[in-house]
Design a protein around this ligand. Structure first.
Ligand code: 5MM
Length: 347
């Protein structure tokens, strides 16, 4: 895989107003979401849910690629082909989450560092053989009165940059996901300050580690007030603050920015992405896209609820959210039409 090949894959990941579908929840995260809906927390039900998603008819019209987790890429869907083969047949690029999750950052109580750099190059080789074309690593940053610390921001930025360089060496396009969490009472301005600091630190480390910016995708949070903030700014204010933050920090060589949804509702995530594209499309150096998990998977997961007889209705709901987000990339999302049409038909 040459650097030019990687650049081509990165561009394809954000081409044609499509976006990425994150179905890479770790076993623990997936089980938590299943438990809330009374779905059995088994490898078989996790496989069935992921198979429902990747076999959704027409997914390729709105989605360029899907991010799997280690369990899923090794599972065999019912038809016998691998998930990577299913995605390939469906016309989607195969991605893989390669971080090993977060632990408490030593010396920084309450803050997290992401693990997984040891042995990463060898693991990536296995994923390439399985059909993966891109990878993903998430760093987690919390906002509180004295947090994040400089040590936490620097450690996570360094890990993300090392991961990205190793991916490119192994022939995978890295998705770099530094997530500033929405949890807390902080306001929009504080989120903007922290997000700017985190992105600045990442691109400084990326430069030092030799990351080819043209061959990566950034997956940041939007700039939002904390969930418990008493002031919740409107969609246009969020759009302006987010784009301003990105213009301050993200080099023009990066081909695309694919947002995480972070716990926003599907409708709000679409509306905010839509507002960014209405206000700035054609005036930005990078594509503004999406790499949502919850904001695409809900309400399809609620409709499915673990029942095979609900598969078609759940796929229709999933496709609806995928189309809404593609429309948002064009600045053509109409929130007044965003009623999940199949939800009422499921008991
Ligand atoms: C922030 O989470 C990522 C995007 O999902 P949302 O759009 O729902 O915020 C997501 O890709 C996440 O990184 C994966 O689900 C893996 O998370 P865990 O914690 O399960 O490793």
């Amino acid at each position: 895989m040459t650097t030019n090949d990687l650049v081509g894959i990165a561009q394809a990941m954000v081409a044609d107003d499509k976006g990425l579908l994150a179905i890479d929840e770790s076993i623990g995260s997936c089980n938590r979401r299943f438990a809330a809906l009374g779905i059995p927390q088994t490898a078989e039900r996790r496989r069935a849910w992921r198979e429902l998603i990747v076999t959704t008819p027409g997914l390729r019209q709105s989605i360029s690629g899907a991010i799997l987790c280690d369990e899923t890429i090794r599972q065999k869907p019912n038809g016998g082909a691998s998930f990577a083969q299913l995605l390939d047949v469906a016309g989607l690029l195969v991605g893989i989450k390669v971080d090993a999750g977060t632990i408490e950052l030593a010396g920084h109580p309450g803050e997290k560092i992401t693990e997984g750099l040891d042995g990463l190059h060898a693991r990536l080789g296995t994923y390439v053989e399985m059909g993966a074309r891109f990878a993903k690593w998430r760093g987690v940053i919390t906002i509180e009165s004295e947090r994040p610390s400089r040590g936490c921001v620097e450690a996570n930025a360094h890990a993300l940059a090392r991961y990205a360089a190793i991916c490119q060496q192994a022939g995978l396009v890295p998705i770099v996901e530094p997530e500033v969490l929405m949890d807390g009472t902080h306001g929009l301005t504080r989120c903007a300050e922290v997000t700017e600091a985190v992105l600045r630190a990442f691109f400084r480390h990326a430069d030092e580690q030799g990351v080819v910016l043209e061959a990566m995708i950034l997956k940041p949070n939007m700039v939002l007030p904390g969930l418990l903030s008493t002031i919740q700014e409107d969609v246009d204010t969020v759009a302006d603050a987010t784009v301003k933050c990105l213009l301050h920090t993200v080099p023009a060589s990066v081909p695309g920015i694919a947002f995480l949804s972070g716990g926003q509702s599907g409708e709000l995530a679409s509306a905010r992405l839509n507002a960014m594209n209405i206000r700035f499309r054609g005036h930005l150096p990078w594509q503004l896209s999406f790499s949502f998990a919850r904001a695409i998977q809900y309400p399809a997961l609620q409709i499915w609820a673990g029942h095979d007889e609900h598969v078609q209705a759940a796929q229709a709901a999933l496709m609806h959210r995928a189309r809404c987000n593609q429309a948002a990339r064009r600045g053509a999302y109409d929130a007044t039409l965003d009623v999940a049409p199949v939800a009422a038909s499921v008991q």
